[in-house]
Design a protein. Structure first.
Length: 617
């Protein structure tokens, strides 16, 4: 609900401050006084296009701010409080506007949102919410939950099928059916994406499986063993250096134990010499460390014996140089494996073992695709059934809404006018459940359905009896369309009752082409709508303005002599008491004669909603 609208330097308005009533507010004034600037201001804070040409003459910029009561007092005043809000209701319990603001980091303060817009003479406009600069699109998103403007240009948005569907769903109260359908639709879309990926990957999967099988066979033929390549490289090195090895080992053995090299050698070995030394030490009977030294020599002799034994074995190994070619060939073969699937033979073996399982999975992909296609058929049928339930709810609401709106139109000087709401089920028209559309995942698979169901919705308007039935926006004048929208909002008024964030409806040109008794009925119906929502109406008719809870008059005044402004200046002021009587009298007859004043008082006294019957009239 709009609590306050403040304007500075917008067109002829130097400064204006409006505090609309919670119910119905009338904006009146002579033609050309500047009432359109009030609508322009609201459009600016709703994210509309900025026009630097509307900045007041001599001013550097225009500024507009709207203060909206949005409920949701539980929303934290700042981001720090938001962290600690353990008792704060969940997002699902919040009004949509509060959720949008909080997610954008501009949570309401004391249940209020401050939407402002600055438009400089040159440069970009600036959008601000609760003191923080925000993208202009956020203003539009927030205002979309707060304000509905029914002017000749603005209400043409209802001519779009999407807006008509949204309005019908709001009247139908089909949130449960719509949620159930969208859940089914999301599941169907997710499976379609998965199925499409698998079908597109099926050919590449076959190629991958072939590659894995060939690789497994190649590795199995080579039959590598862990560490085999390192052993072969060591053996190759030994063969290539056999002469050096034999010469060095022989020299070492000749020094340590010549008998290992030549049977004719009669020299004592190093081991024998150490044994002689041990015996000599142990024969000493005097005190000293001789026994300990003997023990150490025996330990050295044991190590020496092992060394001699190992060296002797080296001489016994006969390396066949003829095997070198085979060893090199095997090393090359194993090297090819490690280059492709390594870096080690252990890695090659591990890759082969995993590839065996991967081949099994890839070979099973056709079966998996078949399973997914069958599952897709079930999900398509479930989505179609959910769309059918949503369709039934929309059809019932469409029939009721059309009848109610048509009845309202006759009371608004539109006898013979009628609204027809057509809800066509694409699924029924094009095959429905069990059709081929549910069996494939190509583009034709989901043609009867979309994210909002299976319905094509059209609001068709007949402006007078005998006129052709045409889509809204193509068959009504601005005034007729405003009254049609009023009739639609009245028919949906119970949907606004009890809302934590009441919608603000702004009507412009709704009184075009009406007068007399019809004007009284128009005012009455605006007042009825104001029982469940905030209504602001720009009107030239006293019979409409008299029903308002508050009335503001837009007046043209010449500029002060010391003011740099060029041209007239527009003021906006609320009128009450005698001031309002005089304004109503002016609207009735253009004068403030006693007769017109009496008529104005009588009109104001009679423009009151009475009992329940009057409210339902």
């Amino acid at each position: 609900m709009l609590e306050e609208l403040e304007i500075r330097d917008l067109g002829p308005i130097r400064h204006a401050l409006l505090t609309p009533a919670a119910g119905m507010t009338a904006i009146t004034g002579e033609t050309g006084a500047g009432k359109s600037m009030l609508l322009s201001a609201i459009k600016l804070i709703s994210g509309g296009t900025a026009d630097a040409g509307r900045v007041s003459a001599g001013a550097k910029e225009s500024w507009t701010q709207g203060v909206f009561a949005v409920g949701g007092e539980h929303a934290q005043d700042n981001a720090d409080d938001d962290v600690a809000g353990a008792d704060r209701p969940t997002t699902a319990e919040e009004p949509a506007v509060v959720r949008i603001a909080r997610e954008a980091g501009v949570a309401p303060q004391d249940g209020e949102l401050f939407l402002s817009r600055t438009v400089p003479v040159s440069g970009r406009s600036r959008a601000v919410v609760n003191g923080r600069s925000v993208p202009r699109a956020l203003l539009g998103e927030l205002a979309g939950e707060l304000v509905t403007i029914h002017g000749q240009a603005d209400q043409l948005r209802i001519a779009s099928p999407a807006r008509q569907r949204e309005f019908l769903d709001m009247v139908a109260g089909d949130e449960r059916e719509l949620a159930a359908y969208r859940k089914a639709w999301d599941a169907l879309c997710a499976l379609d994406e998965r199925l499409e990926r698998m079908e597109h990957q099926e050919a590449s999967a076959r190629q991958q499986a072939d590659y894995l099988r060939e690789s497994i066979e190649r590795i199995n033929q080579a039959d590598p063993q862990p560490g085999e390549d390192e052993e072969l490289k060591a053996k190759r090195s030994r063969i290539e250096n056999a002469a050096d090895i034999a010469q060095g080992v022989s020299g070492a053995l000749a020094a340590l134990d010549a008998s290992q090299v030549s049977a004719d050698a009669d020299e004592a070995s190093a081991s024998e010499l150490i044994n002689h030394a041990v015996q000599a030490l142990r024969s000493i009977r005097a005190d000293g460390d001789f026994n300990e030294l003997a023990d150490r020599l025996e330990s050295v002799n044991a190590d020496l014996s092992d060394i001699v034994y190992s060296l002797a074995r080296e001489l016994d190994v006969e390396d066949n140089v003829d095997d070198l070619d085979e060893i090199n060939a095997r090393i090359h073969e194993l090297g090819e494996l490690t280059r492709r699937w390594g870096p080690t033979l252990a890695d090659v073996i591990a890759w082969r073992d995993k590839a065996v399982f991967d081949v099994e999975d890839l070979d099973a992909s056709p079966e998996k695709v078949a399973e997914l296609r069958e599952e897709r058929g079930r999900l398509f049928d479930a989505a179609t059934e959910a769309a059918g339930r949503l369709h039934d709810a929309r059809v019932a609401a469409a029939q009721s809404l059309a009848a109610t709106v048509t009845g309202e139109l006759s009371s608004l000087a539109m006898d013979g006018a009628a609204l027809n709401i057509r809800v066509a089920n694409r699924a029924e028209r094009r095959g429905g459940k069990g059709s081929a559309a549910g069996s494939t995942a190509d583009g034709s698979a989901t043609w009867p359905l979309d994210a909002n169901g299976s319905d094509d919705i059209a609001f068709l308007f007949t402006p007078y009896e005998g006129a052709p039935e045409l889509p809204m926006g193509k068959s009504a004048s601005g005034g007729e369309l405003s009254r049609l929208m009023l009739a639609m909002e009245l028919s949906a008024a119970d949907r606004h009752a009890g809302a934590e964030t009441p919608m603000t409806f702004i009507f412009d040109e709704v009184d075009a082409g009406v007068g007399g008794k019809t004007a009284v009925e128009l005012g009455r119906r605006l007042a009825r709508l104001a029982r469940t929502a905030q209504v602001i109406v720009v009107t030239h008719l006293a019979q409409v303005a008299s029903w308002a809870d508050a009335q503001f008059v837009v007046t043209k005044e010449p500029p002060d002599a010391d003011d740099d402004a060029v041209g007239v200046v527009t003021t906006v002021a609320e009128v009450q008491g005698d001031g309002r009587v005089r304004e109503i009298a002016r609207m009735l007859s253009g004068s403030e004669s006693e007769a017109s004043l009496d008529h104005a008082r009588e009109l104001l006294g009679s423009s009151q909603l009475g009992d329940t019957a009057d409210l339902a009239a």
